[in-house]
Design a protein around this ligand. Sequence first.
Ligand code: SF4
Ligand code: SF4
Length: 229
Amino acid sequence: MPRRPVVKKEYTLGERVYLVEITKGLGLTWKHFVFNIKASFRKGPHTVPTCWQYPEDRREIAPIFRGAHMLMLNDKGQELCVGCGMCARACPAKCITVKRGKRAEGEEDKYAGKTYCASFEIDMLRCIFCGNCENACPKGALVLGPGYELAEYDMESCIYNKDKLLANYHEAKAEGKLKPPKKPVPVEAPPAPPKKAAAKKAAGEKGKAAPKKEAKQAKKDEKGKKPAK
Ligand code: SF4
Ligand code: SF4
């Protein structure tokens, strides 16, 4: 490998004195200092550009964010969950427990279906926020909401019961953070075979079937023609 020649750099007088470079560095420091001071007086959700003043300032979350679960109500205030347990079956972490109850007479304004979830528990310590439960629910009754402050002081509080899940819904609704309802995914029918090809295929099948019939008839005729011994 060829050796590169050593080139001795000639420093200018300013570089040799260092004062110019030191002044340049200090100027940059002051520039950032003044910028941050000015920014801290600026109106807005985040006063300093480099960091968010949590919990006073909160970032807006994405509409597809998957946070704390909510049990949804419909426009009439009825619970949508019918206690079918599909969400529990779809959960890879096995952290949902649902018990179904039958709607009694006079409870029509409380529950939308003939059955409802008598108890509903999600172990948030095991949940991986995959969203499978939300996707599996046929009624759109379980939704992963916008809540992300999930820290608790004890483990029992990390098991969300029905009351907590309904409270999450009411909180998100009051803050106007409910997700818009999902659009139904269009199911496309498989493409039909072209008419000409189908007609040719049918004709071909007929053509194949005909010789078989003819052969059978010929055999029968031959048997009939055999001379009696
Ligand atoms: S988000 Fe995933 S892991 Fe959590 S409860 Fe739903 S299915 Fe289970
Ligand atoms: S949340 Fe949905 S999937 Fe789960 S039990 Fe209720 S209706 Fe069934």
